[in-house]
Write a protein that binds this ligand. Structure first.
Ligand SMILES: C[C@@H](N)C(=O)N[C@H](C)C(=O)O
Ligand SMILES: [Zn+2]
Length: 243
């Protein structure tokens, strides 16, 4: 697969998928002892450490399928819409400054190789997770680039199938991909660390006409088991409509 054949989040086919929602709870990963949560993107409310129940159970299945007792190290799950917006705007600004000759439509598409536009944002559904591999002691494995390396700064080595990384990193990416794919998650091909289940990009890749998870706000009311129901909020649909 080449960069030209990737289906990016800016592709109208992703926006065309109906964003249904099952109402499935979000789970606070701090209550899930089997999964390791990294704190590099921690926010005060702990939003970053929330994922839909169905994603958590699939991650546990996938982790059990990893070779040699390897573990996942989760760097980010749920992402509030305002954070998604500022990440997207920030990266658009970076690309405009670096490539002043690019027309605006090219800037937009190139930006979506690294960060999603808000109207289709996988993380804001609680169905997307950024993660890497670590040993049982928490030592991170060589994955060829750091999590969140941009295409520009990594010469596209962040692309999951990149050839310009060493053999150990390639092996580690293969092990991670095999485990997550077998558990039903799909990868965003420009980011080896980004996997999702149930949201619109997943629906596109798996041939579903409807997503299971729509964008949600995190409901502060939480049960003792760390589960929280997404807040029903009709305004959110208007807020995330394509600009
Ligand atoms: C910014 C990066 N970590 C990321 O999450 N990118 C994907 C495409 C997203 O914004 O959903
Ligand atoms: Zn991601």
């Amino acid at each position: 697969m080449t960069a030209d054949s990737f289906v990016l989040l800016s592709d109208p086919r992703i926006d065309a998928i109906e964003a249904g929602d099952s109402g499935e709870p979000l789970v606070d990963l701090r209550t899930v002892s089997g999964l390791r949560l990294d704190r590099r993107y921690a926010d005060e409310a702990g939003a970053f450490g929330h994922l839909r129940e169905g994603v958590v159970s699939r991650l546990l299945d996938a982790q059990a399928a990893l070779p040699g007792g390897l573990r996942f190290l989760i760097t980010e799950g749920y992402r509030p819409l305002d954070r998604q917006q500022s990440l997207f705007d920030g990266y658009l600004g970076e690309l405009r400054a670096r490539y002043p000759e690019w027309p605006e439509d090219r800037v937009y598409v190139e930006a979506t190789k690294y960060v999603s536009p808000v109207h289709v944002a996988p993380h804001s559904t609680g169905g997307a997770v950024d993660l890497t591999l670590c040993t049982s002691d928490g030592v991170e494995l060589d994955m060829g680039t750091p999590v969140d390396a941009t295409p520009v700064e990594s010469a596209n080595a962040c692309f999951t199938a990149a050839g310009n990384i060493g053999e150990p990193a390639r092996r580690n990416r293969r092990a991670m991909s095999a485990a997550l794919t077998s558990a039903g998650l799909v990868n965003y091909p420009t980011e080896w660390w980004h996997w999702s289940y149930g949201e619109r990009y997943w629906a596109h890749v798996t041939g579903n006409s409807r997503a299971r998870y729509a964008p949600v706000r995190l409901n502060p009311a939480k049960h003792a088991d760390g589960r929280t129901r997404p807040a029903a909020d009709p305004a959110i649909a208007a807020e995330v409509r394509r600009p």
